[in-house]
Ligand binder design. Structure first.
Ligand SMILES: [Fe+2]
Ligand SMILES: [Fe+2]
Length: 358
């Protein structure tokens, strides 16, 4: 038996086990010798893990939202910063034998995917008590009933099954033939993480657990939407036979990861939209419009990530770039060529979630 196409459903309530269920596959997905999540149906099509019920559930919650006349949050594509180095720059480096910066960039992506597991540790407050309107039969009501856990498993793997972390490693190792991984990649990332201060609380009148959960969901949603640029980059770069030893297999692997991300974007924007259409209770006994809170959090994180992400990618790469180029013929000319291929970009003037619009 293999997984059938997800049936359309108007069911709004699901058990945790259902939201975590994958069904059976005709063939498993094996990446770099590691059995990974997901698999292939009888027609050889890739099917994402844990979507037998999760996918129809999310679309049912979205349909309900639409029936209620509430908007589904859309993170504008224009706010997505370009990947650095861009495909042309990365191709140039690989063609000239400067592999270390690209090995690093791909390794950072795999580590970031693995970090996604923290979503299962997010504390979910008693939403029925903190939201004025009912939340039964929404994505919100299922966050701790399977949605966060499914997301965590997709990113970092579960038990003996690999997840996105292992799938990105496999894509890298296929394309670049098991390159030597620099030993300091993780350490550097941890160092930067530690230097980030704990964000202040823009809504101290809210229950703190609720505010932290919403801030994290807003952040993860934006990161997931921006990841689309990373997938496009990975597929274009690793499918180029001039620089990739396994153009088809490596790009297909990135394509599978990309497909798995869809439910992440969809459940997060659904839950945030549901909350945006509701009213929140404050600790002082008052209320505040969900829209005021959700829009402010999205505005804030979009402002931050559209500036911080491009800067950090640049810093990560350039820290080793000149040293890595020393092995190439005429490193100075190569650096000039590399910089000439840069994609100029400035974040859009508006995030679309300006507080004034509320
Ligand atoms: Fe992922
Ligand atoms: Fe994801």
């Amino acid at each position: 038996m293999s997984v059938a196409a997800e049936p359309l459903s108007d069911r709004l309530v699901y058990s945790r086990d259902e939201l975590l269920a994958s069904g059976a596959y005709a063939a498993p997905l094996v990446a770099g010798g590691v059995r990974c999540h997901g698999g292939f149906d009888d027609d050889g099509r890739y099917r994402s893990p844990r979507t037998v019920h999760r996918a129809p559930a999310i679309s049912a919650w979205q349909t309900r939202l639409a029936h209620e006349g509430a908007a589904l949050i859309e993170i504008p594509r224009a706010s997505m910063p370009p990947q650095y180095p861009n495909v042309e720059q990365a191709t140039l480096l690989l063609e000239r034998g400067v592999r270390d910066p690209i090995v690093r960039a791909l390794t950072i992506i795999s580590i970031v995917e693995g970090f996604g597991a923290i979503i299962r540790d997010v504390k979910v407050p008693d939403l029925a008590a903190l939201v004025v309107e009912p939340v039964a039969g929404t994505a919100l009501a299922h966050l701790r009933e399977g949605l966060f856990e499914a997301h965590a498993r997709d990113e970092s793997g579960w038990r003996d099954e690999g997840g996105h972390k292992q799938m990105w490693e496999a894509a890298r190792d296929l394309a670049l033939e098991k390159p030597k991984i620099p030993g300091d990649v993780l350490m550097r990332m941890m160092g930067r993480q530690a230097a980030r201060r704990r964000p202040d609380r823009p809504f101290p009148q809210l229950d703190e657990t609720l505010e932290r959960m919403l801030a994290l969901m807003a952040q993860v949603l934006v990161v997931e939407v921006f990841a689309e640029g990373t997938f496009e980059w990975g597929m274009r770069l690793l499918s180029n036979p001039n620089v990739s030893a396994a153009p088809e297999a490596a790009a297909a692997m990135v394509g599978h990861i990309r497909a798995d991300e869809r439910p992440h974007v969809e459940y997060l924007r659904t839950a945030l939209s549901e909350l945006r259409a509701r009213t929140l209770r404050t600790v002082g006994g008052g209320t505040i419009a969900g829209r005021t809170v959700v829009d402010a959090l999205l505005h804030r994180i979009l402002r931050e990530l559209t500036t911080a992400r491009p800067r950090e990618q640049r810093e990560d790469l350039r820290e080793n770039l000149v040293a890595a180029m020393q092995g190439a013929a005429s490193p100075a000319t190569l650096l000039e060529e590399f910089d000439a291929l840069d994609t100029p970009w400035t974040p859009p003037a508006r995030t679309g979630f300006e507080p004034a619009a509320a």
